[in-house]
Design a protein around this ligand. Structure first.
Ligand SMILES: Nc1nc2c(ncn2[C@@H]2O[C@H](COP(=O)(O)OP(=O)(O)OP(=O)(O)O)[C@@H](O)[C@H]2O)c(=O)[nH]1
Length: 335
Protein backbone atom coordinates (compact mmCIF):
# COMPACT_ATOMS: atom_id res chain seq x y z
CA UNK A 1 0.00 0.00 0.00
CA UNK A 2 1.40 3.35 -1.02
CA UNK A 3 1.55 6.24 1.38
CA UNK A 4 -0.18 9.39 0.07
CA UNK A 5 3.23 10.97 -0.45
CA UNK A 6 4.52 7.97 -2.45
CA UNK A 7 1.32 8.02 -4.52
CA UNK A 8 1.81 11.69 -5.35
CA UNK A 9 5.45 11.06 -6.25
CA UNK A 10 4.40 8.27 -8.61
CA UNK A 11 1.82 10.55 -10.17
CA UNK A 12 4.42 13.28 -10.71
CA UNK A 13 6.74 10.78 -12.36
CA UNK A 14 4.01 9.41 -14.67
CA UNK A 15 2.84 12.88 -15.61
CA UNK A 16 6.37 13.82 -16.71
CA UNK A 17 6.42 11.18 -19.48
CA UNK A 18 6.85 12.43 -23.03
CA UNK A 19 3.70 12.54 -25.09
CA UNK A 20 3.15 12.24 -28.79
CA UNK A 21 0.53 13.93 -30.88
CA UNK A 22 -0.77 10.72 -32.38
CA UNK A 23 -2.43 9.85 -29.10
CA UNK A 24 -6.07 10.82 -28.71
CA UNK A 25 -7.04 12.44 -25.43
CA UNK A 26 -8.24 9.13 -24.04
CA UNK A 27 -4.90 7.36 -24.49
CA UNK A 28 -3.03 10.53 -23.59
CA UNK A 29 -4.52 10.49 -20.10
CA UNK A 30 -4.98 6.73 -19.51
CA UNK A 31 -1.82 6.23 -17.46
CA UNK A 32 -2.69 9.15 -15.18
CA UNK A 33 -6.23 7.87 -14.68
CA UNK A 34 -5.01 4.35 -13.86
CA UNK A 35 -2.68 5.82 -11.27
CA UNK A 36 -5.61 7.73 -9.82
CA UNK A 37 -7.90 4.66 -9.67
CA UNK A 38 -5.15 2.70 -8.00
CA UNK A 39 -4.55 5.18 -5.21
CA UNK A 40 -8.08 6.43 -4.65
CA UNK A 41 -9.59 2.90 -4.90
CA UNK A 42 -12.43 4.14 -7.10
CA UNK A 43 -14.38 2.29 -9.81
CA UNK A 44 -13.89 4.87 -12.51
CA UNK A 45 -12.24 8.19 -13.25
CA UNK A 46 -13.44 10.22 -16.20
CA UNK A 47 -12.14 13.47 -17.65
CA UNK A 48 -14.64 16.03 -18.86
CA UNK A 49 -13.84 19.15 -20.85
CA UNK A 50 -15.91 22.22 -21.61
CA UNK A 51 -16.94 22.50 -25.26
CA UNK A 52 -15.53 26.03 -25.49
CA UNK A 53 -13.64 27.67 -22.64
CA UNK A 54 -14.96 31.16 -23.52
CA UNK A 55 -18.55 30.21 -24.17
CA UNK A 56 -19.36 27.11 -22.17
CA UNK A 57 -22.49 25.15 -23.00
CA UNK A 58 -21.68 21.63 -21.89
CA UNK A 59 -19.03 19.26 -20.60
CA UNK A 60 -18.13 16.28 -22.75
CA UNK A 61 -16.28 13.20 -21.65
CA UNK A 62 -12.84 12.85 -23.31
CA UNK A 63 -11.17 10.08 -21.33
CA UNK A 64 -12.03 7.27 -18.97
CA UNK A 65 -10.05 4.85 -16.83
CA UNK A 66 -12.45 2.09 -17.99
CA UNK A 67 -12.40 0.59 -21.43
CA UNK A 68 -15.46 2.32 -22.77
CA UNK A 69 -16.03 4.47 -25.80
CA UNK A 70 -16.12 7.96 -24.28
CA UNK A 71 -18.04 9.24 -27.30
CA UNK A 72 -21.07 7.27 -26.15
CA UNK A 73 -21.23 9.05 -22.78
CA UNK A 74 -23.87 11.80 -22.88
CA UNK A 75 -22.77 15.41 -22.48
CA UNK A 76 -23.55 17.37 -19.35
CA UNK A 77 -25.50 20.51 -20.23
CA UNK A 78 -24.84 23.68 -18.33
CA UNK A 79 -28.52 24.58 -18.45
CA UNK A 80 -29.52 21.41 -16.64
CA UNK A 81 -26.91 21.65 -13.90
CA UNK A 82 -26.46 25.38 -13.19
CA UNK A 83 -25.35 24.88 -9.56
CA UNK A 84 -22.74 22.33 -10.49
CA UNK A 85 -21.31 24.55 -13.23
CA UNK A 86 -21.33 27.61 -11.02
CA UNK A 87 -19.16 25.80 -8.49
CA UNK A 88 -16.96 24.34 -11.17
CA UNK A 89 -16.28 27.80 -12.62
CA UNK A 90 -15.32 28.97 -9.15
CA UNK A 91 -12.75 26.16 -9.13
CA UNK A 92 -14.33 24.29 -6.22
CA UNK A 93 -13.69 20.63 -5.62
CA UNK A 94 -17.13 19.05 -5.63
CA UNK A 95 -17.97 16.00 -3.54
CA UNK A 96 -20.97 13.74 -3.51
CA UNK A 97 -22.05 14.98 -0.13
CA UNK A 98 -22.55 18.38 -1.71
CA UNK A 99 -26.02 17.22 -2.86
CA UNK A 100 -24.78 16.75 -6.43
CA UNK A 101 -24.34 13.04 -6.49
CA UNK A 102 -26.53 12.44 -9.49
CA UNK A 103 -24.72 14.84 -11.82
CA UNK A 104 -22.40 12.32 -13.49
CA UNK A 105 -24.47 9.19 -13.03
CA UNK A 106 -24.98 7.48 -16.31
CA UNK A 107 -28.27 5.76 -17.05
CA UNK A 108 -26.89 2.29 -16.37
CA UNK A 109 -26.27 3.09 -12.70
CA UNK A 110 -29.02 2.26 -10.31
CA UNK A 111 -26.98 3.01 -7.21
CA UNK A 112 -26.23 6.54 -6.13
CA UNK A 113 -22.57 7.14 -6.88
CA UNK A 114 -20.09 8.74 -4.61
CA UNK A 115 -18.35 11.44 -6.55
CA UNK A 116 -15.28 13.59 -6.20
CA UNK A 117 -14.87 16.15 -8.97
CA UNK A 118 -11.81 18.37 -9.18
CA UNK A 119 -11.38 21.18 -11.63
CA UNK A 120 -8.83 21.16 -14.47
CA UNK A 121 -7.56 24.68 -15.06
CA UNK A 122 -6.24 26.28 -18.21
CA UNK A 123 -4.78 29.77 -18.02
CA UNK A 124 -6.47 30.24 -14.68
CA UNK A 125 -9.91 29.29 -16.00
CA UNK A 126 -11.89 26.09 -15.44
CA UNK A 127 -11.41 23.92 -18.50
CA UNK A 128 -13.13 20.80 -17.21
CA UNK A 129 -13.17 18.29 -14.38
CA UNK A 130 -11.72 14.98 -13.29
CA UNK A 131 -14.59 12.93 -11.93
CA UNK A 132 -13.76 10.09 -9.54
CA UNK A 133 -16.62 7.74 -8.88
CA UNK A 134 -17.36 4.74 -6.68
CA UNK A 135 -20.62 2.86 -6.47
CA UNK A 136 -20.19 1.99 -2.84
CA UNK A 137 -20.58 4.80 -0.32
CA UNK A 138 -17.25 6.41 0.29
CA UNK A 139 -16.05 9.20 2.51
CA UNK A 140 -13.35 11.25 0.83
CA UNK A 141 -10.43 11.96 3.14
CA UNK A 142 -8.35 15.11 2.94
CA UNK A 143 -5.56 13.00 1.42
CA UNK A 144 -7.98 11.84 -1.32
CA UNK A 145 -8.94 15.41 -2.11
CA UNK A 146 -5.33 16.62 -2.25
CA UNK A 147 -4.45 13.67 -4.48
CA UNK A 148 -7.43 14.22 -6.81
CA UNK A 149 -6.44 17.88 -7.16
CA UNK A 150 -2.88 16.83 -8.08
CA UNK A 151 -4.36 14.42 -10.61
CA UNK A 152 -6.38 17.25 -12.16
CA UNK A 153 -3.23 19.40 -12.31
CA UNK A 154 -1.32 16.56 -13.99
CA UNK A 155 -4.07 16.23 -16.60
CA UNK A 156 -4.02 19.97 -17.09
CA UNK A 157 -0.24 19.87 -17.72
CA UNK A 158 -0.67 17.02 -20.20
CA UNK A 159 -3.36 18.91 -22.08
CA UNK A 160 -1.14 21.98 -22.24
CA UNK A 161 1.81 19.85 -23.39
CA UNK A 162 -0.37 18.44 -26.16
CA UNK A 163 -1.36 21.93 -27.22
CA UNK A 164 2.32 22.97 -27.32
CA UNK A 165 3.23 19.88 -29.29
CA UNK A 166 0.50 20.53 -31.85
CA UNK A 167 1.72 24.09 -32.19
CA UNK A 168 5.32 22.93 -32.62
CA UNK A 169 4.28 20.45 -35.30
CA UNK A 170 2.32 23.15 -37.10
CA UNK A 171 5.32 25.49 -36.94
CA UNK A 172 7.78 22.91 -38.24
CA UNK A 173 5.29 22.20 -41.02
CA UNK A 174 5.44 25.89 -41.92
CA UNK A 175 9.20 26.00 -41.61
CA UNK A 176 10.03 22.79 -43.45
CA UNK A 177 7.23 22.22 -45.96
CA UNK A 178 6.77 23.87 -49.32
CA UNK A 179 3.20 25.16 -49.37
CA UNK A 180 2.64 24.68 -53.11
CA UNK A 181 3.82 21.11 -53.62
CA UNK A 182 3.58 19.77 -50.07
CA UNK A 183 7.16 18.53 -50.43
CA UNK A 184 9.85 19.25 -47.89
CA UNK A 185 11.71 22.47 -48.67
CA UNK A 186 15.37 23.41 -48.98
CA UNK A 187 15.75 24.17 -45.28
CA UNK A 188 14.58 20.63 -44.50
CA UNK A 189 16.89 19.25 -47.19
CA UNK A 190 19.90 20.89 -45.50
CA UNK A 191 19.11 19.15 -42.21
CA UNK A 192 18.14 15.82 -43.71
CA UNK A 193 21.16 15.53 -45.98
CA UNK A 194 23.42 16.12 -42.99
CA UNK A 195 21.78 13.31 -41.02
CA UNK A 196 21.98 11.05 -44.11
CA UNK A 197 25.67 11.87 -44.32
CA UNK A 198 26.12 11.04 -40.62
CA UNK A 199 24.48 7.62 -41.02
CA UNK A 200 26.57 7.02 -44.12
CA UNK A 201 29.70 7.46 -41.97
CA UNK A 202 28.37 5.23 -39.22
CA UNK A 203 27.14 2.45 -41.47
CA UNK A 204 29.56 2.84 -44.41
CA UNK A 205 26.69 2.71 -46.91
CA UNK A 206 26.37 4.52 -50.23
CA UNK A 207 24.45 7.77 -50.55
CA UNK A 208 23.42 9.63 -53.73
CA UNK A 209 21.70 12.81 -54.80
CA UNK A 210 19.57 13.48 -57.86
CA UNK A 211 19.07 17.11 -58.85
CA UNK A 212 16.12 17.76 -61.18
CA UNK A 213 15.38 20.92 -63.14
CA UNK A 214 12.18 21.19 -65.18
CA UNK A 215 12.75 22.03 -68.83
CA UNK A 216 11.55 25.30 -70.37
CA UNK A 217 9.32 25.96 -67.41
CA UNK A 218 9.22 29.64 -68.19
CA UNK A 219 7.59 28.71 -71.47
CA UNK A 220 4.88 26.72 -69.63
CA UNK A 221 4.12 29.75 -67.47
CA UNK A 222 4.09 32.08 -70.48
CA UNK A 223 1.97 29.77 -72.61
CA UNK A 224 -0.56 28.46 -70.06
CA UNK A 225 -0.38 30.97 -67.23
CA UNK A 226 1.23 30.99 -63.80
CA UNK A 227 -1.65 29.02 -62.25
CA UNK A 228 -1.11 26.23 -64.76
CA UNK A 229 2.60 26.37 -63.90
CA UNK A 230 1.70 25.81 -60.25
CA UNK A 231 -0.47 22.83 -61.15
CA UNK A 232 2.39 21.36 -63.19
CA UNK A 233 4.77 21.75 -60.23
CA UNK A 234 2.31 20.02 -57.90
CA UNK A 235 1.61 17.16 -60.27
CA UNK A 236 5.31 16.71 -60.96
CA UNK A 237 5.94 16.48 -57.21
CA UNK A 238 3.15 13.93 -56.66
CA UNK A 239 4.24 11.79 -59.59
CA UNK A 240 7.88 11.65 -58.51
CA UNK A 241 6.98 11.05 -54.88
CA UNK A 242 4.94 8.01 -55.87
CA UNK A 243 8.02 6.44 -57.46
CA UNK A 244 10.22 6.70 -54.38
CA UNK A 245 10.91 4.51 -51.36
CA UNK A 246 9.93 5.73 -47.91
CA UNK A 247 13.54 6.42 -46.96
CA UNK A 248 14.16 8.57 -50.06
CA UNK A 249 13.51 12.25 -49.62
CA UNK A 250 12.31 14.50 -52.44
CA UNK A 251 12.58 18.22 -51.67
CA UNK A 252 11.76 21.37 -53.56
CA UNK A 253 15.16 23.00 -53.83
CA UNK A 254 14.13 26.20 -55.57
CA UNK A 255 11.47 27.42 -58.04
CA UNK A 256 11.45 24.59 -60.60
CA UNK A 257 14.39 22.77 -59.13
CA UNK A 258 14.09 19.63 -57.00
CA UNK A 259 16.54 17.33 -55.24
CA UNK A 260 16.29 13.76 -53.99
CA UNK A 261 18.36 12.28 -51.18
CA UNK A 262 18.84 8.56 -51.74
CA UNK A 263 20.27 6.75 -48.73
CA UNK A 264 21.79 3.27 -49.28
CA UNK A 265 21.97 4.02 -53.00
CA UNK A 266 25.02 3.98 -55.24
CA UNK A 267 25.58 5.87 -58.48
CA UNK A 268 24.29 3.12 -60.76
CA UNK A 269 20.99 2.60 -58.91
CA UNK A 270 20.52 6.36 -58.63
CA UNK A 271 21.01 6.76 -62.40
CA UNK A 272 18.49 4.00 -63.06
CA UNK A 273 15.96 5.68 -60.79
CA UNK A 274 16.59 9.06 -62.48
CA UNK A 275 15.99 7.48 -65.89
CA UNK A 276 12.76 5.91 -64.66
CA UNK A 277 11.61 9.28 -63.33
CA UNK A 278 12.60 11.00 -66.57
CA UNK A 279 10.44 8.61 -68.62
CA UNK A 280 7.54 8.92 -66.17
CA UNK A 281 7.63 12.72 -66.39
CA UNK A 282 7.93 12.63 -70.17
CA UNK A 283 4.79 10.46 -70.33
CA UNK A 284 2.87 12.53 -67.84
CA UNK A 285 -0.24 14.20 -69.28
CA UNK A 286 -1.44 17.29 -67.46
CA UNK A 287 -4.85 18.67 -68.34
CA UNK A 288 -5.60 22.30 -67.70
CA UNK A 289 -8.66 24.13 -68.99
CA UNK A 290 -9.17 21.65 -71.81
CA UNK A 291 -5.55 21.91 -72.89
CA UNK A 292 -2.83 19.32 -72.52
CA UNK A 293 0.46 20.36 -70.99
CA UNK A 294 3.53 18.21 -71.56
CA UNK A 295 6.63 18.37 -69.43
CA UNK A 296 10.20 17.10 -69.44
CA UNK A 297 13.02 17.48 -66.94
CA UNK A 298 16.81 17.31 -66.84
CA UNK A 299 18.47 15.13 -64.22
CA UNK A 300 21.92 15.32 -62.60
CA UNK A 301 23.09 12.36 -60.52
CA UNK A 302 26.01 12.36 -58.08
CA UNK A 303 27.06 9.76 -55.56
CA UNK A 304 28.42 11.20 -52.33
CA UNK A 305 31.65 9.32 -51.62
CA UNK A 306 32.52 8.97 -47.93
CA UNK A 307 35.35 11.47 -48.23
CA UNK A 308 33.27 14.01 -50.22
CA UNK A 309 31.50 16.90 -48.60
CA UNK A 310 27.78 17.56 -49.00
CA UNK A 311 28.51 20.89 -50.70
CA UNK A 312 30.83 19.27 -53.29
CA UNK A 313 28.25 16.59 -54.08
CA UNK A 314 25.45 19.13 -54.53
CA UNK A 315 27.77 21.09 -56.80
CA UNK A 316 28.50 17.91 -58.79
CA UNK A 317 24.78 17.15 -59.21
CA UNK A 318 24.23 20.76 -60.25
CA UNK A 319 26.99 20.59 -62.86
CA UNK A 320 25.43 17.35 -64.14
CA UNK A 321 22.07 19.11 -64.59
CA UNK A 322 23.82 21.96 -66.38
CA UNK A 323 25.40 19.44 -68.77
CA UNK A 324 22.03 17.75 -69.29
CA UNK A 325 20.58 21.13 -70.30
CA UNK A 326 23.51 21.69 -72.66
CA UNK A 327 23.09 18.39 -74.46
CA UNK A 328 19.44 19.08 -75.22
CA UNK A 329 17.52 18.56 -71.91
CA UNK A 330 15.18 15.65 -71.02
CA UNK A 331 18.09 13.38 -70.12
CA UNK A 332 20.10 12.02 -67.20
CA UNK A 333 23.75 12.90 -66.66
CA UNK A 334 25.75 11.15 -63.96
CA UNK A 335 29.04 12.57 -62.71
N1 LIG B 1 4.15 28.88 -61.81
C1 LIG B 1 5.27 28.94 -61.12
N2 LIG B 1 6.40 29.26 -61.73
C2 LIG B 1 7.56 29.28 -61.04
C3 LIG B 1 7.57 28.98 -59.68
N3 LIG B 1 8.86 29.06 -59.26
C4 LIG B 1 9.60 29.40 -60.32
N4 LIG B 1 8.83 29.53 -61.43
C5 LIG B 1 9.20 29.92 -62.78
O1 LIG B 1 10.09 28.97 -63.34
C6 LIG B 1 10.74 29.63 -64.43
C7 LIG B 1 12.15 29.16 -64.54
O2 LIG B 1 12.67 29.73 -65.68
P1 LIG B 1 14.16 29.53 -66.15
O3 LIG B 1 15.07 29.59 -64.97
O4 LIG B 1 14.42 30.49 -67.24
O5 LIG B 1 14.26 28.07 -66.64
P2 LIG B 1 13.42 27.27 -67.73
O6 LIG B 1 12.44 28.13 -68.42
O7 LIG B 1 12.87 26.06 -67.04
O8 LIG B 1 14.51 26.85 -68.73
P3 LIG B 1 15.59 25.71 -68.61
O9 LIG B 1 15.80 25.44 -67.15
O10 LIG B 1 16.82 26.26 -69.25
O11 LIG B 1 15.06 24.53 -69.32
C8 LIG B 1 10.62 31.14 -64.19
O12 LIG B 1 9.77 31.70 -65.16
C9 LIG B 1 9.96 31.22 -62.82
O13 LIG B 1 9.09 32.31 -62.73
C10 LIG B 1 6.34 28.67 -59.03
O14 LIG B 1 6.25 28.42 -57.83
N5 LIG B 1 5.22 28.67 -59.79
Amino acid sequence: MLTPQQARQRLRRVSSLTINEASNLDSLLTDLLSEGCHFLCVDQITVWLINDIDSAEYLHCVASSCEIDVQTIPNLDIAQHPDYFERMFKGETIMANHQLQSTHNDQSDNVANTILDTVIFHNGKAQGVISCKTKSPHWWSNEDIVYAESLADSCSRRLMALETLKLQNKLSELVFVDALTGLKNRRYFNERVQSAKNSQYRMQTPLSLIMIDLDHFKHINDEFGHKAGDIVLSQFARTCQNQLRLEDCLCRYGGEEFIIILPYTGEQQASQLAERLRVTIENMVIQHEQRIIKLTASFGVAEMALEHSIEDTIKKADVAVYKAKNVGRNCVITL
